[in-house]
Write a new protein. Structure first.
Length: 144
């Protein structure tokens, strides 16, 4: 379902300033890291809403959108993934819209909705870890 676009995902993830071991990560772990990065950015955006920090909120929402669209969404292989890839593509598009709306209108509920969806996808992705792939986690700083 995911292709060699992992390199593109890795670049998107690195562009938003998250210090990770992307270069050494296997493809399965890289997707987990993309989920983690997007979730971290959403958490920052949510905090910024309540702190009334417009610039920080906008930056964090933008970075979450970049991770989703240029990392997770761009990594979908529609030929291999078929209808599942198409459904994930639509879901990632929906998440992007909800993040834009939440960021523009200071609606933390929108951000919470997207975080919930990403959390569910991450848990499902982790549950299907291929045999022999390490479960070792790579450090992602708390403040990303």
């Amino acid at each position: 379902m995911f292709t060699a676009a992992f390199n593109q995902g890795a670049r998107a993830y690195a562009r938003v300033g998250v210090e990770t071991g992307v270069a050494a990560a296997d493809p399965h772990r890289l997707v987990e890291m993309l989920f983690d990065g997007a979730l971290a950015k959403i958490a920052i955006a949510r905090e910024a809403i309540f702190a009334r920090d417009t610039a920080r909120r906008g930056e964090a929402v933008s970075q979450a959108i970049t991770i989703i669209s240029q990392g997770l969404r761009a990594s979908l292989d529609h030929e291999v993934g078929g209808s599942i890839a198409a459904q994930l593509d639509a879901l990632y598009d929906y998440m992007t819209v909800r993040l834009v709306q939440g960021g523009a209108n200071n609606h933390a509920a929108n951000l919470d909705e997207v975080a919930g969806l990403l959390g569910e996808l991450r848990a499902a992705w982790t549950a299907i870890r291929p045999a022999g792939v390490s479960t070792a986690t790579q450090r992602i700083p708390a403040e990303v």
